[in-house]
Design a protein around this ligand. Structure first.
Ligand code: SAM
Length: 261
């Protein structure tokens, strides 16, 4: 790895702190029933600890210069598949089809320049049982935010309606090589079906409309919706159309969307 030229354009900040790697691995609780997907294995510093614990692993890496180092780091394992491609273009559902597994996990220190598309791909396409993911600290705060706080928004609701989310721990810049500009954090998301969303497409559209302008009231963001019906449900929980979406808990959004769809 000594002469490796890190590409900023590919978000290449590798974790050099072994304690952090170990903490990520132990939070994932991977076992021999688990198929693990890793996005951006880099030089394999995380991969070489998660692959041997798993039943199988599929690693998606865009940078083919990392092939020899990954082959070497993982030479003691034969239960993984290394796919050199842009993960956003990968047909992951098809790639996992040939494996037999009880649990599907995503474990990754992702490239931050495509955080949003990666998170969306994970939730909408892969929909794994568990996600252990390193993201920018501010993204972690948004994912795990509580209603009524500045960080609570569209992303919080979309993910919390399907996953139980915890920000596990912060990771300082100096744990990476090269040192990035931002701090990071590891987030745990565990699939949760406590909310029964009747129509997923409608729900997502409704949530993106209600959060369209953060400073506007629900009434003003939801022109064209059945406001009387919405008002009745809000009222039941002590809210009104004059509130902002950032104050409303996920269960209330689900109930409203289900009643409208
Ligand atoms: N997992 C390694 C670690 O923790 O040390 C590396 C993490 S580094 C933040 C992100 C990795 O994602 C890099 O190896 C980079 O080459 C890879 N990457 C960047 N864009 C990608 C893409 N579109 N598809 C797949 N991998 C990508």
């Amino acid at each position: 790895m000594k002469r490796f030229e890190f590409k900023k354009s590919l978000g290449q900040n590798f974790i050099k702190d072994e304690n952090i790697v170990n903490k990520i691995v132990s939070s994932a609780s991977i076992d021999k029933d688990t198929l693990v997907i890793e996005i951006g294995p880099g030089a394999g510093w995380l991969s070489k600890k998660i692959v041997p614990l798993s039943k199988n692993a599929i690693l998606y890496e865009i940078d083919t210069r990392l092939k020899s180092v990954l082959d070497k780091e993982l030479s003691f394992c034969n239960n993984y598949e290394l796919i050199f491609t842009d993960v956003l273009k990968a047909d992951i559902c098809n790639d996992i089809r040939k494996y037999d597994f009880k649990k599907l996990y995503v474990v990754a220190n992702i490239p931050y320049y495509i955080t949003s598309p990666i998170l969306k791909k994970i939730m909408y396409e892969i929909y794994p049982d568990k996600i252990i993911i390193m993201v920018q600290d501010e993204v972690a705060s948004r994912l795990a935010a509580m209603p009524g706080t500045r960080d609570y928004g569209l992303m919080t609701v979309l993910f919390n309606s399907r996953y139980n989310i915890k920000k596990l721990f912060k990771v300082g810049k100096n744990s990476f090589v090269p040192v990035p500009k931002v701090d990071s954090a590891v987030v745990e998301m565990v699939k949760d079906s406590k909310y029964e969303i009747k129509n997923e497409n409608f729900f997502d559209k409704f949530i993106s409309d209600i959060f369209q302008y953060k400073r506007k009231t629900i009434r003003n963001n939801l022109k064209g919706y059945d406001l009387d019906k919405i008002s009745l449900i809000l009222d039941k929980y002590g809210y009104s159309l004059s509130d902002r979406a950032e104050n409303i808990p996920v269960n209330v959004f689900v109930e409203i969307a289900n009643s409208l769809s």
